[in-house]
Every structure is written in C-alpha cells, then in structure tokens.
Design a protein around this ligand. Structure first.
Ligand SMILES: C[S@@+](CC[C@H](N)C(=O)[O-])C[C@H]1O[C@@H](n2cnc3c(N)ncnc32)[C@H](O)[C@@H]1O
Length: 607
C-alpha cells in the first residue's frame, strides 16, 4: 500500500475545505488485507450540496471548479460481484457511492471512525487485486498516472478537509494533542520503499552441484551430449579466459581457433608458389596447424553416440541434394563435427552477388531428334580449321557413356546439349554431367594431406565422377576472401577457361568458385603429381554463357575400388620450372613428385 498521495485538486481560495482528497494507490502486492488507519483533521461537519440524487453524503466526481476533496481509491477489477458486496458494505457504513461510467469494479472501502472532535479516521478494510490487473495498476503508478477519470469510484467523505499540499495544512495528531487511536488490526507487510520505481526479478543460477546434476540427467537422456560439444561451466570459463568470446556485444568476431571444433590438418608453414597462368587449377589451400586442434579423449560410448549423431546430421544435409546421400564418411568424430558444422553439400552452384547468368533467351539447342547425331549436332564444338565436330563422349557396349580416350589427352572443353535441345535427356549420349553424380563416394582421412576422397566401387577410364560446385563469386569478392583467409584453407577455383586470351581484362570478368563452405564431394580431392582423375570444363548452355560452365571430374584411367581420387592442381606445370621454396609442399608420395602443390596466391599470380 502506498498510503496517501495527494495529486488531486487543492482547494482554491474562497471555498472552505469541505472534503478531503485521498488518493490511495495500490502497491505491488497481489492481494492485501490491510488495516490502515489514516487520520485526517475533521473540521466542522458540513453537508454536501451536491447529492447526485443518491445521498447527501456522497457525491459523484466534482462537476464544477468548486474545491472538492475526493477520496480516490479506485482500481479496476475483473468481477462485478465483489463490487456490489462492497458497495453494500459502504452504503451500510453510511457512505453513498457513485459509480463512474468507466468503472468496472471496486476494490476497497473505507470505514469511517470518529476518533474525536476534529478528526476522522479512515480505515482501509480490504483490498484485493487480481493478478492480471496488478500489472496495469503498477504500470499506471509507474507512469505517475493518478488521473481520476480512470478511477472506478470516488468516495466523498462529508466534511473532510483537504489533504493536498496546496490546501490547508493538516495538523498532526501530536499538534492537536491527541493520542493516535489504536485499532486492532491484522498484521500487514510493512510498506515498501517506492516499490513502483523498480521491479526486479532475480533468478538464481544453479550451483555447481546443481549444474552437475543437470548435466548427468541430460547425459543419461541424450547419450551424444559431450562436454566438448555442449560445454558447461568449466568449459565456458576456460573459453572466456582464452578470450574465445567477444568482450562486447558489438564485437561480432569470435576467435574460432580456440573453439574446440578445429580440424586436425597437416601443418603447412609456408605459403605456396604462384600459379603461372589462370587456367583450371585449384588455387591455394593452407590448413591451420594441426597442433591447434584438440585431441579426442571422450569415453568410447560417448564417442560412438556423438559420431552417430553427427553422421545423422550430415546425412540429413546430404539428402537435400540429388545423389548427395550416396556418401560415406570414414573420419573421426572431431573431423566429422567440423565438417557438419562448417560445410554444406550442394548439388549445383550458388550464385553470389554480382554473378548474373546470361538470360535464357540466348540459349540455343539442336534439333537432332531424341538422340543426337555426332556428325551434325550443333551443340558440339567445331574443330579448329575444320568442319568436323569435337565429340567428347562415347557410349560403351555396357551402356555407360564415358569420355573418349583420345579426348582425355586433349586440352579442350565439352559442350553438352542444353535445355533447348529436342533430344531426350536420358537417351542422348550428350547428357552426362548434367545428369549428376552416378557413383558412390567416401570421404576419408589421408593423414598428412587432410581429408581425401575415394570411390567404394571401381571406376573406368573416362567415367564421370562429379563436378566442383560451390559459391560462384566475382573476382573482387574472391580477392577479399583470400585476403581474409590468409594462411587458412582456400578452395577458390577460377572459371576463366573461355576468357583466356581475351586481353588483360579477361581475368577480372571471370567468376570464381569457392568450395570452402558450400561444395561437392570433389572439394576433398587431393593433388597428385601422378593423378588418376582430371578436370574438364563442360558447358551445358551451348556456350551462350562464357562465364558459367562446370568443372567436371573424370577418371583418366581405370581406378580400383577404394583408391584415393586425385588430380593435378597445377596442370600447366612446366618441368623446367624451379620449385618455389615458399610453395605448399606436395606430399603425394609419387616417384616423380614435383615437390610443390600450387602458387601461393590468386592475386599475385595475376600481376
Ligand atoms: C581442396 S583441398 C583437398 C581436401 C583437403 N585435404 C581437405 O581436407 O579438405 C586442398 C588441400 O589439401 C591438401 N593437399 C592436397 N593434396 C596435397 C598433397 N599432395 N600434398 C599435401 N597436401 C595436400 C593441402 O592442404 C591443400 O591445401
């Protein structure tokens, strides 16, 4: 209970104070049974002239500027029946009660106690606020809104005196030489200090013992939960100590190096060599120091369930792309966790900002019929200085369509039929890459060279494996990513096959594929100086778009099942070239290993 507050009208001169304004506002208590005696001076009794047709003692809210002191104790409530009861009680006690238009309830009543000649006490008998209304009441109080208009009832105490600070001062009981009247009262909570100013709720943190209890319960319920992946107190503290979290809310950078999902990769201390020209070769990839990764020491049972959980998560991701679910992961939990957390498989390009494919209106197609004629299909690329077409594919007696052996030795592009062609996709031999991956693949751990890729089934020469998918970005975005990823793995691949030789600006115009966050299984194919696969650029839009084509992997010899798939990261390598001491070291282990992977930077190589 806030007790008395007197924001209402102060008496104006010329009128004797006849009534008292008492504004009782409610505090935060849900319900109160408060017996509070309010003693106010009681000058000469005087009858009200405004009776409002109810009683000479009770008036409606003052209608005129006549100084009136109204006891305002109004608050709304939900039900009407308690009002009625209280109204009755008030009326029986000699009050007359007027109900205001917006009133919906009454929550209090006063009992007048005649305590002496010049003094009258009011006793708040009971106040009960339903929980729902409480907040409104508090809100109102917080806003300092004590407007009468919102009050349900106003009790006009006859012959009361003003209590406003502007009105005649109220002599204290002491000044009047009176003893305070003692009334038996129900014990009530002591009035709080300005409870309306602040309301705070304290939710205690669980103690260390409670936290342990929670974790034990969680672990028994979800077997996969592990301190490393679902860190609790200690882990969090350790991370905070290592500054793994931003110190302010405005800092968005988190030092991921210290977050326990690092992948153990081979240490690559030196940056790579520069690539001589911008052809189809993977640019640069440097993995973080393996020593920065944490070792796995989880219980075997936890480990197994974690792996199960992560594999399930990855498989779910893979199911979203065509043929994506045909993948296995023969890698440990930590690498599995890193993969599922930081990488998404995609079944096509994701075009980034500034990458605009050529409008479909420019797409052309052949009219060969359901199966294309290799001698006349206009989708095929013509041989230079010849009328003949370059035919890259052949159908084997087994029905498989593969790249012809002679084509595998060439440095040429393949042009498949497009959506505009009349041939049937499933029957025409010139639809290979666009039909998508048809083989199973497995990501496995090669050790020093990081993750690698293999096929659990044998592959034949010329067989299509998959494309190098990822985000397609502009050169400037690729430069920015490369700079930001200095010293970290980079999976940038230039799409400049058709632009080579078109002048110094050709490079700028070409797009770049970034397979770091989004990519296909081919993103795990490592380099070998004696590879078993190669990348061939394939257009499926009849070369109408020079900047968007696919980088397709084909087997260049028969590959036994479970053999690691590799390709040459640097196909334009010239034997005469010296090994750059700063280049990334090649660990392919081939007899004729060059000793280095690729040039160090895409940007530098252009200069
Ligand atoms: C496109 S990624 C290949 C997949 C990668 N191993 C992984 O774990 O994601 C290229 C990176 O693999 C590593 N790598 C590939 N071939 C390698 C080789 N022959 N010797 C050493 N490292 C190799 C290098 O770190 C290179 O930056």
């Amino acid at each position: 209970m806030q007790g008395l507050a007197g924001p209402l009208a102060a008496p104006t001169s010329g009128y004797p104070p006849t009534r008292e304004v008492i504004d009782l506002t409610l505090d935060d208590k849900d319900s109160m049974d408060v017996d509070e005696v309010i003693s106010v001076p009681h000058p000469t009794p005087q009858r009200s002239t405004q009776t409002n047709g109810l009683s000479p003692l009770v008036e409606k809210e003052p209608q005129s500027d006549r100084p009136t002191f109204v006891s305002t104790l109004a608050h709304r409530a939900q039900s009407l029946s308690p009002q009625k009861q209280k109204l009755n009680a008030l009326e029986q006690a000699g009050f007359n009660v007027s109900k205001h238009s917006d009133s919906s309830s009454m929550l209090y009543h006063h009992s007048p106690y005649d305590s002496g000649d010049n003094e009258r006490s009011y006793r708040v008998v009971s106040t009960t606020i339903p929980q729902k209304r409480k907040s409104q009441s508090t809100e109102q109080s917080d806003l300092g809104d004590t407007n009468d208009e919102d009050s349900s009832f106003r009790l006009l105490q006859p012959n009361g005196v003003g209590s406003s600070s502007e009105g005649p001062s109220r002599p204290s009981e002491k000044a009047l030489g009176k003893k305070p009247m003692v009334i038996p009262r129900t014990p009530s909570p002591p009035p709080q200090l300005r409870p309306r100013d602040s309301v705070s709720v304290v939710i205690p943190s669980p103690s260390a013992a409670q936290r342990e209890q929670i974790m034990t319960a969680l672990k028994s319920e979800f077997k996969g939960l592990d301190e490393r992946y679902f860190p609790t107190g200690l882990e969090e503290k350790a991370k905070a100590k290592r500054r793994a979290y931003p110190t302010t809310t405005t800092t968005s950078h988190v030092n991921k190096k210290v977050v326990s999902f690092g992948v153990a990769m081979p240490t690559v201390k030196e940056p790579g060599l520069r690539k001589p020209n911008a052809s189809l070769s993977l640019q640069r990839s440097v993995f973080p120091d393996a020593s920065s990764s944490k070792s796995v020491t989880a219980e075997p049972e936890t480990q197994a369930s974690t792996a199960k959980f992560l594999r399930k998560k990855l498989r779910k991701k893979l199911k979203r792309i065509p043929g994506g679910h045909e993948m296995e992961f023969d890698i440990d939990d930590e690498k599995l966790a890193a993969l599922s957390a930081n990488f998404s498989f995609v079944g096509d390009y994701r075009l980034g900002p500034g990458v605009t494919p050529v409008d479909n209106a420019f797409l052309t197609g052949c009219d060969c019929g359901s199966v294309c004629d290799p001698n006349s299909c206009h989708c095929l690329i013509q041989e230079e200085e010849s009328d003949r077409f370059i035919v890259a594919y052949e159908r084997l007696p087994s029905g498989k369509v593969v790249v012809r052996r002679d084509f595998l030795n060439r440095k040429a592009m393949i042009s498949e039929c497009s959506d505009r062609c009349q041939c049937a996709k499933n029957d025409c031999w010139n639809h290979v890459v666009q039909r998508g991956r048809q083989v199973r693949l497995e990501v496995f751990d090669t050790g020093e060279r990081g993750l690698g890729l293999r096929c659990p089934q044998p592959l034949i020469t010329g067989q299509f494996i998959d494309c190098y998918y990822g985000e397609v970005i502009t050169q400037s975005d690729a430069d920015a990513r490369e700079s930001a990823n200095e010293g970290k793995p980079s999976y940038l691949f230039n799409l400049d096959w058709l632009l080579i030789g078109n002048g110094p600006h050709a490079y700028e115009e070409g797009y770049v594929i970034d397979g770091q966050k989004f990519g296909a299984a081919t993103r795990f194919i490592n380099h070998s100086c004696n590879p078993n696969c190669k990348i061939i650029p394939v257009s499926v839009n009849n070369l109408s778009d020079e900047r968007l084509y696919y980088l397709a992997f084909f087997a260049i010899r028969d590959i036994p099942a479970n053999t690691e798939l590799t390709f040459d990261y640097h196909p334009n390598w010239e034997e005469s070239k010296k090994v750059d001491p700063n280049a990334v070291k090649c660990l392919c282990g081939e007899e004729k290993c060059r000793g280095q992977l690729w040039p160090n930077s895409r940007k530098k190589e252009r200069q």
